[in-house]
Ligand binder design. Structure first.
Ligand code: ZN
Length: 247
């Protein structure tokens, strides 16, 4: 093993201030004995525990990105880019964010390249905003990136897409999906704190960079605890309701 090179990586993304989901995922990650944790951004926004999530991601993830929700909360992107519910949650988050959380998020970039992997919060074309949910968007990101393996978050949909000649193959990556990473791949781990692929369980991705292997994990967490914290903080009820539907 090359010194300093991560071999087993846990990838998390789109935590969205859902601390119960994050704690549950990290317990599973600890049991999987990984070398490092990477976070693809959107640590805050939507959910009730932004500061606890910032503190935990800061202490647990060796590499973190900033996402569009993080940037709106920091005031670096306009809140008018959001729908009403996302905007209300972002405004509330900005009002409770501590200096430490703010400093943590403000120090992050929306993309990174390490250990032969390229990481984007959203896409290579637009690291902050573009959703990679079509073959065309996946193709564009794989063309722009140079590393064989590309990781994106942002859509909250777990995906495993391979570049096969000029076409993109693959699709949704439900819990239990395992792929052998020969050739070029684009993976989205799914969302820890607000899954939108119909499975409400928290998502994370295990990468073995030595064996070129990826495994998509889902884990049930106490959704009702996060929902009651959202009610206590008067966050939009629709944001709490969507958690149990995974949408
Ligand atoms: Zn997000």
């Amino acid at each position: 093993m090359v010194a300093g090179l991560a071999m087993r990586v846990a990838v998390i993304s789109d935590i969205h201030a859902n601390y119960h989901a994050l704690e549950t995922v990290l317990a599973e990650i600890d049991a999987a004995r990984v070398d490092v944790v990477w976070c693809l951004g959107d640590t805050v926004g939507y959910g009730p525990r932004p500061n606890d999530c910032c503190e935990t991601v800061k202490s647990r993830a060796e590499q973190s990105l900033v996402g569009n929700h993080d940037l709106v909360v920091l005031g670096e992107l306009a809140v008018s880019d959001f729908n009403d519910e996302a905007a209300a949650a972002a405004t509330w988050t900005a009002s409770v964010l501590t200096e430490q959380s703010r400093a943590f998020l403000a120090g992050l970039e929306p993309c990174a390249s390490l250990d032969g992997v390229e990481l984007f919060h959203a896409s290579a074309r637009d690291p902050v905003w573009e959703y990679v949910l079509t073959e065309e968007a996946a193709h564009a990101t794989l063309e722009l990136a140079e590393a064989p393996l590309v990781l994106v978050g942002h859509s909250h949909v777990a995906l495993a897409l391979a570049l096969d000649g000029e076409t993109v193959a693959g699709g949704l990556a439900p819990g239990g999906t395992e792929v052998q990473l020969s050739g070029r791949w684009l993976l989205n781990p799914g969302s820890v704190g607000q899954p939108r692929d119909g499975d409400p369980r928290a998502a994370w991705l295990l990468l073995d960079l030595q064996r070129r292997f990826a495994a998509f994990h889902r884990v049930a967490y106490p959704i009702e605890k996060t929902q009651s914290e959202m009610r206590e903080r008067r966050l939009p009820p629709a944001l709490a309701a969507r958690l149990e539907r995974g949408e």
